[in-house]
Design a protein around this ligand. Structure first.
Ligand code: ADP
Ligand code: MG
Length: 763
């Protein structure tokens, strides 16, 4: 027992020790718990403090920069804006008032200034409008920010509420645990269990604490974030405040400007008012002065009126007498007219008789002129021979062969010298044209012949000479420097135009060619057709060519067309135009019909312009076939022409017109009182000397058939042939043994008949 007692005692002691230990532990635990709860309480307290602080901070921030302040600001700005708006409206009203006032002075500097100010004002208004828009934008922004702030506030409130709930839960837990501790203290036997639960619970608490700590951290982060947001908003607010300040400054600037403009306007208005007053005063004083003058005038007019009344009486009297006169006027006028008519009739009668007298004299003069002309021509001879020497050309080549062998007499333009075989041979013609003579100069000498065609004479102009001596150049010429053909037509046109007052003229043109004794129409539709020369069936003895085309021409353009047509026809008919043209005679026949309207006199003149075939002696150089035939034909026709001219010039009874087509065709234009010109063309080149000699001999022989008492005895002899020409010595007169006969009476009568034919009167 003792032992057990001792054991029990020991046990009891151990248990007591254990209890003590436990108690110690408990107290330690308690103290731990206490300190923990204290700690927790402290933590909660600090959290609370922090929360409070944050709430305060938030409220402070709220008050500092929260919605209320911004709103206030906005309201303030809105109020200001409204005020400005009202001011502006007032200004506008004033402006309208000012505008409505009539401008006392037009175009003055004020007006301009006024408009400038108005422009400024409108600009300011525009700017204010911009500002307003800007303000509205800011308003919207502020509203947005306020909304966001409210949201943040709401969130904060929520988190605060959560926190309070958590706090309460924690304090409840604390209370519970304190109660548990107390109960544990009261129930030591349950301590172990309780401790255990406490242990368990404290772990839970720890966990909750941890949770709350993490939550706290999260909240703190949130707060930090919110703070940042707040800071950003603060910055935004600051910038908007700055813009607002700027806007305000601008507005004040505009205000001052508006004020200044207003002031200026007021000043101007004042000045205008003054000016208006001054003008009114001036006008008033002027009007007074004028009134006075008008009054004076009125007095004068009154006195005048008194004096005018008798004058009016006399005027009325005069008027009445005039009226009477006017009534009598038609009778007077009729009488005067009758007298005047009689006088005019008498005068007309006188003029008529003078006219008749003049017409009679004119006709007599006309006949006299014709007679004189005929006499003159008869004296000069109807056949004239000119010589023309062409210049040395490039075609003549160079060297001694191309030197000139022709010289002229300085004092006598009818003489020409040719150096032949070292001897100088002289020739005398009617006129000689040296190489430098122009187309114009040549035509000057031909002009009289051409115009006589208008008076009803027939004219022939021949170009004679070897090929290349200038026949075509003289007759046709070049486009730039036309020859006789074109100039003659031009002259005819101008002459006809000059006489148009009394005469009606018509000019027509034919062109023909004689080749190998056959006649071809160069203007016809079938140029290859051979034409015949026939006697007129009316018994007049005149010749005509049936089928020969005649073109009526009225202008230079018409002539050019006709020439061109003729050229084309000639060219299409032969392979080598140059050669062909040198072997054929080309004829241009111009017919001029005239009618003198006053006398009824009719005239017909023919101008034959002939570019003869080359006179060179081809037959002698042993030509054969067609070339020989051509040469023979040419030779024959040129000899025939010489014969005819000789016979005509020596007034022989028989003229051998029928010996060639050419002379037969030109019979009318060669006989009677017709006029003929032979233009003998020569080349001055040394190599052409013998041909030149031949041509000049021909020329001289034609010319040497002199008219006059002796020459009238000329007898019927034949013209030397082309070959004979060469053999004759130059410078001699008609061949020996030749005698001249006077024209037979029959020949004279046929001549006068031809004049009659040409001068048929319409009566
Ligand atoms: P033809 O008709 O006699 O055969 P052309 O009239 O054809 O001779 O003349 C031969 C060349 O000489 C042409 O080139 C022409 O231009 C030239 N000619 C002729 N006469 C003159 C002149 N008076 N002045 C200048 N050149 C001329
Ligand atoms: Mg020619």
């Amino acid at each position: 027992v003792m032992v057990s007692m001792a054991h029990l005692q020991e046990e009891k002691l151990r248990l007591q020790e254990e209890l003590l230990g436990l108690q110690e532990k408990l107290t330690a635990r308690e103290s731990d718990e206490l300190s923990l709860s204290l700690q927790l309480q402290g933590q909660v307290e600090t959290l609370k403090g922090k929360l409070l602080e944050q709430a305060q901070e938030i409220s402070r921030l709220h008050s500092e920069l929260g919605g209320t302040d911004t709103e206030k600001h906005r309201d303030l700005l809105a109020a200001e804006n409204e005020q400005l708006r009202q001011e502006m409206k007032a200004m506008e009203g004033e402006l309208r008032e000012l505008r409505r006032l009539p401008a006392p002075c037009q175009d003055c500097a004020h007006l301009q200034e006024n408009t400038e100010l108005q422009e400024q004002l409108s600009q300011l208004q525009r700017e204010a409008e911009d500002m307003r828009a800007r303000l509205a934008e800011l308003d919207v922004e502020v509203q947005q920010k306020t909304n966001r702030l409210a949201e943040v506030e709401l969130r904060l409130k929520d988190s605060l509420a959560e926190r309070a709930e958590e706090e309460e839960r924690l304090s409840r837990r604390l209370r519970d645990s304190q109660e548990t501790i107390a109960s544990l203290k009261s129930q030591p036997q349950q301590i172990k269990y309780i401790i255990k639960t406490v242990e368990v619970e404290s772990a839970k608490t720890k966990q909750a604490l941890c949770e709350s700590q993490s939550r706290n951290q999260y909240l703190q982060e949130q707060v930090g974030m919110q703070r940042q947001v707040l800071k950003e908003m603060e910055q935004q607010l600051q910038s908007s405040q700055k813009t607002v300040a700027q806007l305000r400054a601008q507005i004040t600037m505009y205000e001052t400007e508006l004020e200044r403009a207003h002031g200026q306007m007021l000043e101007e208005m004042q000045a205008m008012e003054e000016e208006k007053n001054r003008a009114i005063e001036e006008a008033f004083s002027r009007a007074q002065v004028e009134m006075k003058a008008v009054h004076e005038n009125l007095a004068g007019v009154r006195t005048n009126l008194l004096t005018l009344q008798p004058a009016l009486r006399t005027l009325t009297h005069d008027y009445n007498s005039l009226k009477r006169q006017v009534r009598n006027f038609p009778l007077l006028l009729q009488e005067t007219l009758r007298n005047a008519k009689a006088e005019i009739g008498q005068a007309i009668e006188e003029v008529h008789s003078t006219n008749r007298e003049l017409l009679r004299k004119y006709r007599r003069e006309l006949q006299l002129r014709k007679k004189c002309h005929n006499d003159l021509v008869r004296l000069k001879g109807n056949i004239r021979v000119f010589g023309r020497v062409r210049p040395i050309t490039k075609e003549d080549g160079e060297g001694p062969e191309a030197t000139s062998v022709v010289t002229f007499d300085a004092d006598d333009d009818a003489v020409l010298h040719l150096l032949h075989k070292g001897k100088q041979v002289s020739f005398e013609l009617d006129k000689v044209f040296p190489p430098q003579a122009s187309q114009e100069e040549v035509f000057q000498e031909v002009q009289a012949l051409v115009t006589s065609c208008i008076d009803g004479y027939n004219v022939c102009i021949f170009a004679y000479g070897q090929t290349g001596a200038g026949k075509t150049y003289t007759m046709e010429g070049t486009a730039a420097n036309p020859g006789i053909n074109q100039r003659a037509l031009q002259l005819l046109f101008s002459e006809v135009r000059g006489k148009a007052a009394d005469w009606d003229y018509s000019i027509s043109v034919s062109a023909a060619e004689i080749y190998n004794e056959s006649l071809r129409d160069l203007l016809g539709k079938e140029p290859q057709e051979k034409l015949e020369i026939k006697l007129c069936p009316d018994g007049s003895g005149q010749l005509y060519v049936p089928g020969l085309t005649e073109f009526r021409v009225q202008s230079v353009e018409d002539i050019n067309k006709v020439f061109e047509f003729g050229h084309v026809n000639r060219a299409t008919e032969c392979t080598n135009l140059n050669e062909h043209s040198s072997r054929s005679h080309a004829l241009l026949i111009i017919t001029v019909h005239g009618l003198d309207r006053s006398t009824g006199l009719r005239t017909t003149g023919k101008l034959n312009l002939v570019d003869l075939a080359g006179s060179e002696r081809v037959g002698r150089s042993g030509a054969e076939g067609s070339r020989l035939r051509e040469a023979q034909h040419i030779n024959k026709s040129l000899s025939a022409l010489g014969d005819v001219i000789y016979a005509l010039r020596s007034r022989q009874g028989h003229v051998p017109f029928r010996n060639s087509k050419l002379t037969y065709l030109l019979q009318d234009s060669l006989s009677g009182d017709s006029k003929t010109l032979m233009m003998v063309q020569v080349s001055p080149a040394e190599k052409n000397t013998s041909e030149t000699l031949c041509s000049l001999k021909f020329a001289e022989r034609v010319r040497s058939v002199e008219l006059g008492p002796v020459s009238r005895k000329a007898e019927l002899v034949s013209w030397p042939s082309q070959e004979q020409l060469e053999g004759d010595s130059p410078g001699t007169a008609a061949p020996p043994g030749r005698a001249h006969t006077s024209p037979s009476p029959g020949q004279l009568s046929s001549r006068s008949a031809s004049i009659r034919r040409k001068l048929q009167t319409s009566g």
